[in-house]
Design a protein around this ligand. Structure first.
Ligand SMILES: *Cc1c(COP(=O)(O)O)cnc(C)c1O
Length: 376
């Protein structure tokens, strides 16, 4: 059994994926080109926004948007303390200060009250100018954009949705990648919509931001002449073969989304009496990038993981360390005081195997093993 079985997915889509790869090679265009543009149009339509601008990976997508917005040295950007490191490193790499915000203990997403407190602290400190918020759709569940947008409006901050894990989720009829002033996703192979290498994209309704990103991702090239460079940019483009693969996977995506929701439903039905299962707020849908349960304490969690491993069931701890405890951010001087919920989550979470092709028998075996494991 695999944690996320990509080879099983490939076996279902093999003939389409193989011919998409072959036709790209036959055409001989390997970076950007019409296949990438067609994919961008399909993705924008899926998310319900005007523009999709693909790039080399999700981390770049975050950095490109911040650069295009002119966020730089002396600015503060608010990020949840419990996420994959890229949400914060994409900020730091620009010389911008990431300000960590504690999470909601139930959804694991950025806590709006903690966000408001953090913003007020930055303002009172009077050293950094607050510019933007990057809420993360952690494990596939969209963040609380109603509450966060209200706070953003009050303090005149931009919102960048990190939907690296969120593609396919929705809230109140709006799909992930359509929240905030811009959104990003990642096509890393294990994400909900993954390619066979690195890839990422930005989503926005803002024409000006779209124009700027087209230049930035091609070393600042003018749209009319690629050897006339209008700004200093970077090289961050999507490979055409990856776009061809993504196009096939996007066509199969809704069916896969239904399947992961089915898997999640069985997990929740079987496990909600014995462990804390992930709740989905009214009106929300998750893309189930992860199905993450909570155990009473770290020893309990670690013992259960060992027990599952002895039955050959893979599980993962996303994430074992909140950002403020990472070596990379050790100089920021954060104490544990502000981050009770992130710390508690890092000690008690366990993510279970989750993918569209997980069979009933495997799901039953995992649930039974957890029932046995928690008794020991
Ligand atoms: C994976 C991920 C990223 C980065 O995406 P890459 O394509 O790997 O660069 C950013 N934020 C979150 C929350 C992620 O899970």
């Amino acid at each position: 059994m695999q944690f996320r079985d990509l080879s099983m997915q490939y076996s279902f889509l093999k003939s389409e994926i193989d011919s998409a790869i072959q036709s790209t090679i036959d055409e001989g265009i390997f970076i950007l080109g019409s296949k990438v543009q067609e994919l961008e149009e399909k993705l924008a339509e899926y998310a319900g926004v005007k523009h999709c601008i693909s790039c080399a990976n999700g981390t770049d997508a975050l950095t490109l948007v911040l650069r295009a917005w002119g966020v730089g040295m002396g600015n503060a950007v608010f990020v949840p303390n419990f996420t994959y490191i890229a949400t914060a490193s994409a900020v730091s790499i620009l010389g911008v200060t990431p300000v960590f915000v504690d999470i909601d203990p139930v959804t694991f997403n950025m806590c709006p009250d903690a966000l408001a407190d953090s913003i007020q602290r930055v303002i009172a400190d009077n050293k950094l100018k607050a510019r933007a918020i990057i809420p993360v759709d952690l494990f596939g569940l969209p963040a609380d954009y109603d509450a966060i947008s209200e706070i953003a409006k009050k303090y005149d901050l931009l919102v960048l949705e990190d939907a690296a894990q969120g593609f396919g989720g929705s809230a109140n009829g709006k799909r992930a990648c359509s929240f905030g002033d811009a959104a990003i996703t990642s096509f890393f192979p294990a994400k909900p919509l993954g390619c066979y290498g690195d890839g990422g994209a930005v989503f926005t309704n803002d024409d000006e931001l779209c124009r700027e990103l087209h230049m930035l991702r091609r070393n600042g090239a003018s749209p009319k002449d690629k050897y006339d460079n209008l700004i200093v940019g970077v090289n961050s483009r999507l490979d055409t073969i990856q776009a061809a693969i993504l196009s096939v996977k996007l066509d199969a995506f809704d069916e896969e989304l239904e399947k992961v929701n089915y898997v999640a439903g069985i997990y929740t039905k079987n496990l909600s009496d014995i462990v804390v299962t992930p709740p989905i707020p009214e009106g929300y849908c998750s893309s189930w990038a992860q199905y993450t349960i909570k155990l009473p304490n770290s020893k309990f969690r670690d013992d259960l993981q060992v027990y599952l491993k002895s039955s050959k069931i893979p599980s993962m701890i996303y994430y074992p360390k909140p950002l403020h405890r990472q070596m990379a951010f050790r100089n920021m001087g954060y104490s544990d005081k502000l981050f009770t919920h992130s710390i508690r989550a890092s000690e008690t979470v366990l993510s279970l195997p989750m993918h569209p092709y997980l069979g009933e028998e495997d799901i039953g075996f995992i649930c039974n093993s957890i029932k046995e494991g928690v008794r020991i």
